[in-house]
Design a protein around this ligand. Sequence first.
Ligand code: S3P
Length: 173
Amino acid sequence: MSDINIVLIGFMGVGKSTVSEYLGKRYSMKTVEMDQIIEEREKMSIPDIFKTYGEEYFRDLETELLKELQSERNVVISCGGGTALRECNVAEMKKNGRVVLLTASPKLIYSRVKDIDDRPVLYGRKTVEGISELMEERREKYEAAADIVIQTDNKSVSTICEELMHSLTEMEE
Ligand code: S3P
């Protein structure tokens, strides 16, 4: 399985970065945090990128970065929560990767994001209902992109990663 990448997608606060870090350590894989690379390149936080240039500009940066990442192998790519919403991005993800959708309940997501203000998409909708609505809007696209879906509520990161690796191995057989 060492030539393929693991591409983690899913709603904000679902645990993509935590799972990515764990997989990286446990399976000695390089990890790529898309949001972080974009912020470093732009020398700006994501809220500032949205404010200064608008959401489309940010989305184009995501698409560009995903294309670049196709030269990588055996890496875990932790996407931003909106990356899988563009069809062309999903096509890039699938070139060398298996797409893993992490899901969690709106309540759990809310508890994780409620005190953090770095997600412009949640401005004005940071309630369980607001999150639930946006999640429903995105569900179809997330599910269409996914090769594997892992439900994460009430599971430890090690359990999530074991499940994920088990499903990936089954897929490759
Ligand atoms: C976004 C999710 C964020 C970040 C940006 C937009 C989204 O990433 O890319 O704020 O549209 O869902 P996380 O999922 O890592 O919070």
